[in-house]
Ligand binder design. Structure first.
Ligand SMILES: [Zn+2]
Length: 282
């Protein structure tokens, strides 16, 4: 197995002031092991080095609904510092300048994709505003990372959050490369048929390694449908550490569901998902 391709497909950087009045507090109350000030570029760099990650995907996040903004420029500046980093912008479809911002982020800042989150940003995945962003991403060849799953905060909009809503998007934009973050938790079984139907839809396992029973179920379900090759390793740093997440993935069979996930499948998820799989990197 070539550990040169140990990619962390889902990580963040931020400064406390990016998180706005509500979100920083939310992180501090839900994830007491990593206070919100632990998302600096320096901490990211140190965690990636210590874990042996070969490349990491660093994701911005903006949301008018939660008044938070991890700026695209901040992510772009950090990822420009190393060829082991790939940056994903974020735009909010409720912002009338979302398409212009995406063009700027990809064309000028050199970012490779865009993160969207219907439950964080309070937009419906089938809305006209969202479709304008998908069209631009499709044209620009930008990867779209969806946080399509639950949000812990009370004001998160779960009506917009179900993974199955992305089926229409993937049908309408068959060339668009989509990553469903966190395996669409708590609806991972809705993600499986999307992975099976759509060649350009992938899912990352970020934050799932902290819940071994759930992770084990996800992996067995993916194996049942033959979609395990579309699963990407991700930590969701700074909330979780890539090294700990890797250990949890590789030891998932300790949960003991009576049917082990083959070791080569686990190794491949960790070490055989090169950036080129989604057309990223050099
Ligand atoms: Zn994330």
């Amino acid at each position: 197995m070539n550990t040169h391709d140990f990619v962390d497909w889902h990580s963040h950087i931020w400064l406390p002031e990016h998180l706005g009045p509500e979100w920083g507090r939310e992180i501090d109350s839900h994830y007491t092991h990593v206070p919100s000030e632990h998302g600096t570029p320096e901490e990211h760099r140190a965690a990636m080095l210590a874990s042996g990650v070969s490349h990491s995907v660093v994701i911005a996040l903006t949301s008018r609904h939660f008044d938070l903004d991890v700026p695209n420029e901040f992510v772009a500046e950090y990822v420009a510092s190393s060829d082991r980093l790939v940056g994903i912008a974020s735009v909010d479809p409720n912002d009338p300048s979302a398409v212009a911002r995406l063009r700027y982020a990809v064309g000028d800042l050199g970012l490779s994709g865009v993160k969207l989150s219907p439950p964080y940003q309070d937009f419906h995945p089938h809305s006209d505003a969202a479709y304008a962003v998908y069209r631009a991403a499709d044209e620009l060849g930008a990867v779209v990372v969806f946080h399509q799953g639950a949000v812990s905060h009370r004001r998160g909009v779960l009506d917009n959050a179900q993974p199955v809503l992305l089926d229409r998007v993937a049908r309408d934009f068959p060339e668009l490369r989509i990553v469903i973050a966190h395996m669409g938790q708590p609806w991972p079984h809705e993600v499986v048929p999307l992975l099976r139907k759509h060649p350009n839809v992938f899912a990352d396992l970020s934050a799932r390694c902290s819940r071994p029973w759930q992770l084990s179920t996800i992996l067995l379900s993916a194996l049942d449908y033959g979609v395990q090759d579309k699963l990407l390793f991700g930590s969701d740093f700074p909330t979780f550490d890539p090294a700990e997440h890797l250990r949890a993935l590789l030891s998932v069979n300790e949960v003991g569901q009576g049917r082990p996930v083959p070791q080569d499948v686990l190794d491949a998820i960790a070490y055989d998902r090169p950036l080129s799989l989604l057309g990223l990197g050099a």
